[in-house]
Ligand binder design. Structure first.
Ligand code: COA
Length: 157
């Protein structure tokens, strides 16, 4: 019983890549739960979507859609950086991870991170990194990450 419940939950909350149609499913509103995200016109959304898509597997944005409500309830992205060091190695950068307030604590954040981490590994990255608040450190530790060094930032706007 337990196993079939969890597998139907798994099927209900599949992680997939972002689609253009996700704009009308609350994708921008979800990003607003993470940080400042002004309204984006349909044209601007399409332009940026195609720009990111043209990078293929080098820039992947994933989402989880709640099939019952048709809303996007979780997202995250990974960008693959080509380097000269480590034998011309690659590093994955995870960004913009957010789960809808009403869907937190259901292992969806963990699913998003697993998807993005698996993608970075499959692209040949030797590591995957991200910045987070101290409060979210425990979440990322549950996802298999460990704290290293400090974050530095300079904002231009
Ligand atoms: C951080 C966030 C993505 C976690 O998503 P979530 O779907 O609620 O997390 P999950 O249900 O997948 O949690 C996985 C595990 O981490 C734990 N966890 C989640 N958030 C935690 C927190 N803030 N502190 C400690 N543990 C946490 C859960 O208890 C769970 O533990 P378990 O595997 O032992 O049951 C979500 O709270 C969120 O969107 N926060 C606001 C936006 C944000 O801060 N994003 C991160 C930017 S770096």
């Amino acid at each position: 019983m337990q196993a079939s419940n969890s597998s139907s939950e798994d099927q209900k909350f599949l992680v997939r890549r972002l689609l253009i149609s996700d704009k009308s499913k609350g994708f921008i509103e979800l990003l607003r739960q993470l940080t400042v995200c002004d309204s984006v016109s349909d044209n601007d959304f399409e332009d940026r979507f195609h720009e990111i898509s043209s990078l293929g597997d080098y820039h992947v944005i994933c989402v989880i859609e709640d099939e019952s409500s048709g809303k996007i309830i979780a997202t995250g992205s990974v960008f693959i950086e080509n380097k000269f060091l480590r034998n011309c190695g690659k590093v994955g950068h995870i960004e913009d991870v957010v789960v809808d307030t009403n869907a937190r604590g259901m292992q969806l954040g963990k699913k998003v991170i697993a998807f993005l981490t698996d993608h970075a590994r499959s692209m040949g990255c030797y590591k995957v990194i991200l910045d987070c608040s101290l409060e979210n450190g425990a979440f990322y530790e549950k996802c298999g990450f460990k704290q290293k060094e400090i974050q530095m930032v300079k904002y231009f706007v």
